[in-house]
Write a protein that binds this ligand. Structure first.
Ligand SMILES: Cc1cc2nc3c(=O)[nH]c(=O)nc-3n(C[C@H](O)[C@H](O)[C@H](O)COP(=O)(O)O)c2cc1C
Length: 182
């Protein structure tokens, strides 16, 4: 199963990206997780740039979306909302076909940030018929280093939580495939 994991943070020591990296290691037996956080490569969205004018970097992202069985998003909250880079990336996907039936779910790397979760849930339920708000993983990691994140995510309790999340998300993806007879 191929998963596209989108981090909302471009920070080199991002807790969201580091969490997704650890999850990709823990789930490698069941899923190949490809992480995307190059929001700076995606031009500011304009409907004038859609269709035959679509930039190559956007086409490349859309190909990743099309080739994935599902999408996981993990994002920080910026000013009680979705970081601009991530929102801009999502804006490009909305009028295209790739994302409409895609299973999508959220991971959260913070003990706070309920506003970004609420916004993302509303946005993702709008762009995909198969956004699951019930399949959700939260591991608070604000301020933690890469090494600390590795240790925290690999604790017995969190490994169980990650495995449960991966199990639920892969079953959800399989059930969607059956419905769509892929
Ligand atoms: C510009 C900016 C705005 C932020 N606004 C909020 C906020 O509204 N609520 C919040 O809980 N944290 C806020 N934070 C803190 C980040 O969400 C937090 O540091 C998070 O761990 C960053 O994610 P990262 O480690 O993946 O880069 C903000 C950080 C920045 C840089």
């Amino acid at each position: 199963m191929k998963i596209l994991a989108i981090s909302g943070s471009m920070r080199s020591e991002s807790t969201n990206t580091n969490l997704l990296t650890e999850i990709s290691h823990l789930s490698s037996e069941y899923m190949k997780i490809d992480i995307f956080n190059s929001h700076d490569q995606i031009p500011i969205f304009s409907p004038d740039q859609e269709g035959e004018n679509t930039p190559d970097s956007v086409l490349s992202l859309c190909e990743k979306v099309a080739n994935s069985d599902g999408i996981i998003i993990s994002s920080p909250e910026y000013i009680r909302s979705i970081p601009g880079g991530l929102k801009n990336t999502i804006d490009w996907l909305v009028s295209r076909d790739e994302v409409i039936k895609k299973p999508i779910t959220l991971i959260h790397a913070s003990h706070r940030g309920s506003d970004v979760l609420e916004s993302l849930r509303r946005v993702l339920a709008t762009i995909s018929e198969n956004f699951s708000k019930d399949i959700f993983l939260q591991i608070p990691l604000i301020g933690k280093s890469k090494d600390e994140i590795k240790e925290i995510v690999n604790s017995e309790k969190n490994k169980l939580a990650v495995n449960g999340f991966i199990f639920e998300f892969s079953n959800f993806i399989k059930s969607i495939k059956v419905i769509n007879r892929e």
